[in-house]
Write a new protein. Sequence first.
Length: 352
Amino acid sequence: MTAPLLELRDLAKGFPVRDAIGRRRGAVRAVDGVSLSVPKGSVLAIVGESGCGKSTLGRLALRLIEADAGEILLEGEDLRGLSARALRARRRDMQLIFQDPFASLDPRMTVEQAVAEPLRLHGIVPRAQEAQRVAELLSRVGLRPELARRWPHEFSGGQRQRIAIARALASQPKLIIGDEPVSALDVSVQAQVVNLLQDLIRELGLTFVLISHDLGVVRHIADRVAVMYLGRIVEEGPTRQVFGNPRHPYTRALLAAVPGQGHANAPLLEGDIPSPINPPSGCRFRTRCPYAQALCAEQVPPLEGASHLAACHFQNSLPPAVAGQDADTGGERLRRLQAYFTDQTQKTGELA
Ligand SMILES: Nc1ncnc2c1ncn2[C@@H]1O[C@H](COP(=O)(O)OP(=O)(O)OP(=O)(O)O)[C@@H](O)[C@H]1O
């Protein structure tokens, strides 16, 4: 197995919750004991509903915010142990692509200045070669180098995201985290930017962590998928297996709602996500799970498995209508999922 480039061990982060007069009234447990390993040259996707902690996890991994506990190992080196100076030097190896290319580019910098900044900051090329390197980076992301003197506001959303990607590539990073890198773009340009990312990942051998709620994109580019729910990983494994044979009820529900796969009307994820300030005991998904039993409230299910892991006490006894299918990720599979869940929703009343 390829050595991990990035390893997260038991990472945790809470945000204080204050009342109207500023007194601390608890904490949002945004990330709660997450362990993940990202092999060199691979793409790991982190998926889950809004508010489950995906962005927080991405920012923790890059030490853009500080963790409360846990380890972040980049090529075996614990980033949490680095001094501010050492961390600045290490930043060259890890970059973040934000969701909103309008916010991530400084409107007072030309494209050339924006892309050259990391080159200069990390001493990547001598000054005399800067313009040439910027031109190469722009062509690499599909933009004409003559556009280098223009300002960000002169570009469309898709072009700006290409500029942001060129800037992220400038320092020749080993790790890129893309936080919803295409979700702010027009649907018509999303596929182009996804294809660009996929080409870059392949050609440059990048290690990429894709944070996304778009399972279509994830299925397209990720080697492995980690599913988050209320600050924890509930399932993690090879993309084909997680999509083809999801082992956690939450993953099944998420998958059945993939748009464009005939599941638009599947009423699967019922009820709101519980508050992360006071999450349910035991399995956090139990309050929305049609299979929850007493044990689920009492014990936190461990994330178990060899290469494909899931945190569900009953993962081996879920109805065979879904579990145990081979890795068929086509529409038929999704239709079966839909039928299965519709059936379960009807039965929930009988089981209660
Ligand atoms: N700076 C902050 N202060 C307080 N709470 C925060 C802060 N950042 C995130 N949170 C809370 O932490 C939880 C996880 O948020 P996070 O943004 O990581 O989720 P997410 O899965 O990325 O959601 P989205 O897809 O909507 O961005 C949420 O309950 C959020 O309200």
